[in-house]
Design a protein around this ligand. Structure first.
Ligand SMILES: C[S@@+](CC[C@H](N)C(=O)[O-])C[C@H]1O[C@@H](n2cnc3c(N)ncnc32)[C@H](O)[C@@H]1O
Length: 230
């Protein structure tokens, strides 16, 4: 585990090379405080870790992280970037019990890559079994507003937005378009409740002057939601 724990988001931004630079900072800027407030214990599963960005952020915050993903290519990339964190490939849907239980299970930008509501519920039900009795699940998803407005770093490209259907969004910094599955906040709530989770808190991080970014509407409307579940 990293011995230099970083609680200041601006320090995190400097330390994690692929820490988001634009609108994406709003997904992670408040995570140190949110985790300090809600999570007891350090043992963490970063579910849908991709190339390990979220795992590296959690590791830098002092969490003892195992990153898992269905994509072996992503896990291979994650392993190349750090040897401090354990990374594993998992099945889809998550139909085999992971062997360990966790104080924190973290999902950042994962639901938007899951195409079927039933898979999401089965996966969350399985994750609930991996949570310690006082454990917390933290989920970062798109807010209902994400695909409706242009942001500093993102521009929605799909006109008619419906929960459960794909939407294209241009990532301006990379000049590339990605396709997400839109899940409305009410559908997400149904997935969580249907998997046996209770909502502890919901956060809508807004852009602030101290972020030192030329925000567009991020100061008034939140592109992301951070859910804390038990
Ligand atoms: C957009 S990436 C997010 C990566 C990382 N959490 C972050 O924030 O940097 C979403 C990841 O979720 C993974 N994923 C999608 N469905 C999954 C599933 N059912 N089980 C595990 N991982 C999944 C994808 O393979 C992808 O790597």
């Amino acid at each position: 585990m990293n011995s230099h724990f970083l609680y200041d988001p601006s320090e995190l931004l400097k330390a994690i090379k692929d820490f988001p630079k634009g609108t994406g900072i709003l997904a992670f800027r408040d995570i140190p405080n949110i985790l300090n407030q809600h999570v007891v214990g350090k043992k963490t599963l970063d579910f849908g870790c991709g190339a390990g960005r979220s795992s590296r952020i959690l590791n830098a915050l002092g969490y003892d992280v195992c990153g898992v993903d269905i994509a072996s290519t992503m896990i291979n990339s994650a392993r190349l970037l750090t040897s401090e964190i354990q990374f594993k490939v998992v099945d889809r849907p998550l139909n085999r019990l992971l062997t360990e239980t966790y104080d924190l299970i973290f999902l950042s930008f994962v639901l938007m890559e899951m195409t079927k509501a039933a898979d999401i519920v089965v996966t969350l039900q399985q994750l609930k079994k991996q949570l310690n009795p006082n454990g917390r699940v933290v989920v970062i998803t798109a807010s209902n507003e994400m695909y409706l407005h242009e942001w500093l770093s993102m521009k929605p490209m799909t006109k008619n937005i419906n929960s459960g259907l794909p939407a294209e969004i241009l990532l301006k910094d990379y000049n590339t378009t990605v396709t997400d599955i839109v899940w409305s906040e009410s559908d997400c709530f149904e997935f969580f409740a249907g998997s046996g989770f209770s909502l502890i808190e919901k956060y809508y991080p807004l852009g602030q002057d101290r972020d030192d970014r030329p925000w567009l509407i991020e100061t008034e409307i939140a592109p992301f939601v951070i859910w804390v579940l038990a």
